[in-house]
Design a protein around this ligand. Structure first.
Ligand code: GLV
Ligand code: MN
Ligand code: MN
Ligand code: MN
Length: 413
């Protein structure tokens, strides 16, 4: 089958999607259920309808665009990603898998392909944790990893619950309807930029993802004693921020010493109370993001962090509490989907590397309900989550072409 990808159209659509932003271009900020997010969704739904797909949304705002197959009762083949963007991000994270997925479907339609199984583009609600503090919100609920009850109670920094926020955004119905019925998808495949430097360094255009690293995240709360920055002498202090600083260094050390090069840990947010130059910090909230491809080394790093937290508590007289947000197991990708990706890359004459995904993706959760794999394309310098994130039209075209061939094999004709 001759598959033609319309790279110019796709580049234009990526550019238009990037114009839905709450920060100055070239940065992109698109946070769940904001007017900007909702406008971007309208734009995408319009493109899906123009392509002849049937669009539906679930009560969380996960958006499905379906091309019915000749056997509509058979489990569908899904592809897709997310379009929310963290503050001051770039234009390719997630969007390449959404607009690229749409382009792959359009290319198959133009090529006269008639799928046996339905093909479905899925735009996940909020892969990024920006608003409700937890990543992969849509796919967690779709896959049953997060119950509708637990999701309903999530709150944003303004105290608005997910339940209120989604209804205000116009998504009605009950969250209990979101989890996918068994067998809904027979396979799922997500195209994404690598967000790391390996493909570019090796000069290879494709990465076939065999496993997705497991994130654990949560918050430390430290409580010391506030006071006057001039009047309280050093031996009498219980400074919550210096305790947090020591804890942040312990987190870094634990990841470095886990025994696995795949362990990574980040303390990306530190909120200091009361936050005055002349007041001793009395309270701190410090975020933890700890990831690994192996649970064993991640757990070992976490235990070391806990030991240091206890030591810091005793040495500094500062209370340290940890509240987990999530601790997910890693995912292995589905052999049959990987096999289809191998075939597709070969059919396109493109070399590939097998690799793990260190970032998390909605595929981490889709892997719980369907055989799932991911396809990576290179991005410049491995940069992501920053405004100068870049993937070339040529690399995007190659990824989309391989995706189209993969979808065709998985859907059958
Ligand atoms: C989300 O994009 C993540 O991997 O942190
Ligand atoms: Mn991201
Ligand atoms: Mn992403
Ligand atoms: Mn991600």
């Amino acid at each position: 089958m001759e598959i033609h990808i319309d790279t110019d159209r796709l580049s234009r659509e990526l550019e238009t999607l990037a114009s839905f932003t709450d920060s100055p271009p070239p940065s992109v900020t698109r946070v769940l259920y904001t007017p900007t997010d909702l406008a971007a969704r309208e734009y995408l739904k319009g493109l899906c309808r123009e392509a002849g797909l049937e669009v539906r949304e679930d009560p969380l705002g996960n958006t499905f665009a379906r091309w019915a197959g000749e056997d509509p009762q058979a489990g569908a083949v899904g592809t897709g990603s997310h379009v929310d963007a963290i503050p001051h991000a770039g234009r390719y994270d997630g969007t390449v898998g959404v607009l690229g997925g749409l382009e792959a479907i359009r290319a198959l339609r133009s090529a006269g392909f008639r799928p046996k199984r339905s093909l479905e583009l899925l735009i996940f609600t909020s892969e990024e944790p920006t608003r409700f503090g937890i990543g992969c919100l849509g796919s967690r609920v779709l896959s049953g990893a997060l119950s509708p009850e637990a999701a309903r109670a999530l709150r944003d920094p303004e105290g608005l619950s997910l339940e209120e926020a989604r209804r205000q955004a116009g998504f009605g119905g009950e969250l209990g309807q979101v989890p996918l019925p068994e067998g809904y998808y027979s396979a799922f495949v997500e195209l994404h930029i690598e967000q790391g430097p390996l493909l570019e360094r090796e000069g290879v255009p494709l990465g076939l993802v065999t496993a997705i690293a497991a994130p654990a995240a949560g918050w430390f709360e430290l409580e010391g004693q506030g006071g006057h920055a001039g009047a309280v002498l050093m031996p009498d202090r219980k400074d919550a921020f210096t305790a947090a600083a020591e804890l942040a260094l312990a987190v870094e050390q634990a990841a470095r010493q886990s025994g696995s090069p795949d362990t990574v840990a980040t303390t990306g947010i530190c909120e200091v109370f009361p936050g005055a130059v002349n007041s001793i910090p009395s309270r701190v909230r410090l975020s933890l993001d700890l990831r690994d491809t192996r649970l064993e080394t991640r757990d070992r790093a976490f235990e070391q962090i806990q030991r240091h937290a206890e030591r810091i508590r005793l040495e500094r007289g500062v209370e340290v509490r940890y509240t987990p947000t999530n601790a997910d197991p890693p995912a292995r990708c589905g052999p049959q989907v990987l096999e289809a990706l191998h075939h597709a890359a070969q059919a396109c004459g493109l070399p590939y590397l097998e690799m793990v995904s260190r970032a998390y993706h909605d595929s981490l959760f889709m892997a719980r309900v369907a055989p799932t794999a991911m396809l990576f394309i290179p991005c410049k310098n491995g940069w992501s989550h920053r405004p100068d994130e870049y993937a070339s039209p040529q690399h995007i075209e190659q990824g989309v072409r391989v995706l189209a061939h993969t979808l065709a094999e998985l859907a059958g004709s």
